[in-house]
Ligand binder design. Sequence first.
Ligand SMILES: Cc1cc2nc3c(=O)[nH]c(=O)nc-3n(C[C@H](O)[C@H](O)[C@H](O)COP(=O)(O)OP(=O)(O)OC[C@H]3O[C@@H](n4cnc5c(N)ncnc54)[C@H](O)[C@@H]3O)c2cc1C
Length: 360
Amino acid sequence: MQPQEALPLGIAAQVPLAPLTTLGIGGPARFFARVEREEHIPALMAWAEQQAMPVFVLGGGSNLLVADRGYDGLVLAIALRGIHGEAEAVTAAAGEPWDAFVERCVARDWAGIECLSGIPGTVGGTPVQNVGAYGQEVAETIVAVRAWDRERREFVELDRTASRFGYRASLFNRDQPGRFIVTAVRFRLQPGGAPALRYAELQRRFASAARPSLRGVREAVREIRRGKAMLIEPDQAESHSAGSFFKNPIVTEAQAEAVAARAGESPPRFATPEGVKLPAAWLIERAGFPRGYRPPAPGGGAGRVGLSSRHALAIVNYGGASAAEVAALARRIRDAVAACFGIPLAPEPVWLGFDPGEQL
Ligand SMILES: Cc1cc2nc3c(=O)[nH]c(=O)nc-3n(C[C@H](O)[C@H](O)[C@H](O)COP(=O)(O)OP(=O)(O)OC[C@H]3O[C@@H](n4cnc5c(N)ncnc54)[C@H](O)[C@@H]3O)c2cc1C
């Protein structure tokens, strides 16, 4: 299209993406539109198809690393709002902030997502990587995901089976990445249900409580997250991250034994249906990257990118860092863990605007 041509459908050009991400890094989107109504999606997608333009769907930008050069396509920022229904069939629009939705459900005494308190981002982002924390996964309570199917060019409803949830995985990010634009999610929560106390630290905290409340568990989870710099708060020094930068690897028994032999100590292990889950943070620290690790800037002085002082799994933008610096540190960490333990770490955030060769 010609540069002077007016843009239709509320589309804007050269919109900076860094402020729309929790890392606060990255260049502009060539084209950008806020989606406030579901029915605008077909026309925006048709426009992009006419221009043969790639499309990226943005939620809260909390699981995203945007390249310094930005994104040469159309970014659709999902700003759909609205919550309706009751506990056993409550539907939230994809652009609702996730933690406010959790807060609302906990206040109504609806159990099922209380341990997912404090996760940033939008409701629509949660099924994509099947968010999980402190013994709970969002897939446990999702009944259906409503989405625009870019292939069939129609709105569809996918149930839990069709969504193919796994560990930090689903149809939406693993099997058919980019095909579906999530517009709403329906949950089945339990009115008056007991909180999930599966995580050891939560069990310890509530060991003497006769009947722990959902509110109490939500507050405890937020407090634990705060201690690990995994809660985004306005005054928090280390809040410019994408949360965990690597997934916890799932390995075989033999691999876990080999890790223990090389480390000279046994890693914490969590049994999962797919295998033994090892904490990536444990591997990273023992591969030579302690909490607070911050390589000096090339010209001297404190570097702009490093690990959180409270959690080795979070790569933090300490101010003015570039995506290239984040990628370089992530690569060093991945290579060191592979060299020490023979375990390949996979990044958790989505990489946008990078060439395939630049990605981890
Ligand atoms: C401090 C911190 C703590 C975190 N803690 C956790 C945690 O405990 N557990 C956990 O699992 N994650 C955690 N995360 C990661 C992140 O918050 C979640 O993955 C979140 O669900 C991402 O949602 P988002 O709306 O920000 O998505 P974005 O970052 O905007 O996008 C991430 C991916 O989802 C896709 N996407 C987003 N919205 C839609 C939509 N409506 N339709 C289709 N695709 C969409 C994007 O295209 C992209 O591929 C944390 C992140 C931070 C910064």
